[in-house]
Design a protein around this ligand. Sequence first.
Ligand code: SF4
Ligand code: SF4
Length: 374
Amino acid sequence: MADLRVQLGSLTLKHPVLPGPGPNVAGLADGVAALDGGAAALVLRTVTVAPPGGRSTWAAYGKDGALHEAAPSTMPFDAWLDSVWGPAVTAARTARAPLIPSIGYTPDEVAYMAERLPEADALLYDTHHAARGDLAAALQAIRNVSAAPVIVRLAPHHGEDLADLAAELEPHADAFCLIGSFGPTLMINADSPAGSPGIGFLSGAPIRPIAQRFVFEVAQRVAKPVIAAGGIFTGRDVVTALMLGASAVMVSTAAVVKGSSVYGEIAAELDQWLTGHDRASALDVQRAYIRRWGHGQRVVTEKEEAPVLSEPDCITCTFCETVCFYDAIKAPAKTLPTIDGDPCFQCGLCVSACPTGALSFAPREQVTLVRKGR
Ligand code: SF4
Ligand code: SF4
């Protein structure tokens, strides 16, 4: 078993998989269910002093995506403090898990709340409804009243220059979380426009490459830990987040779609991946992409892979040759495709595009052996 422990400032996590502070932890029972499902901390949904009106909305987008307007808890902070906070502290202490409440949004609001949460092991500053110009002041206000490490959540609706923003905020923050969602976006239904989900923030698998870009840019720019959020569904997604420089991940949409056991399943998959790739710990792969990219290389693992064909599953549709930008596949009509591992860029497009699942990745040596055997 690999050592999955990671460090977020002064906070040690047993593994890097945390719940995001959204609808996946709508109530305390959901947060506790996340802990029972293997999450590394008890994370609570964002609260604020005077919640804005309106309910959270949620519409599925494709298989693993969602369009939503995730409002904070509708319970005002004072009522939440009276009814939720005490049981949350008890649940976290019983489970020996870090307790991370999420607070928003203005400097006055977060100072008021942070001062009343001395049991928090870390505070998540949710900036979703905060003005960009207030962020540094809000972080300073939290610092003035609390000794807890502060994780600040940043998202692209504060501007495309998240790396600049993170660098500006770094003196006041202990860790960064990004991006969680991308938006606002707009989705309408051609057949029934009146019933369309409308404007909302996109989350889940569709934003994974966007989140990866921001994680990469911010992790290059700041020394403080970065938590990747956006499309984390599997242990491999955690590996890529670590390779891009993240220290941990936050999972929201996957938990809504798959249930609260997903946190532990993702951590177990991470362990399997690390063990299968002879990595002793999560830290072994952290920043691997940044290190290699810095030397002008593209390779992200030391184990090269290439697509391999399951002949019985192939319907000789030729689609894999069409999509390969690198001319690594030859698939003449009515003929089984041949794959040349040398020009293959491991982009994965053929594996994703094959309509029958006849292609999968395998170690490059194995692919070479298959070809030599023909
Ligand atoms: S896309 Fe899949 S089914 Fe079609 S030729 Fe390629 S391997 Fe065969
Ligand atoms: S993984 Fe990409 S480069 Fe390699 S054969 Fe498939 S489509 Fe071509």
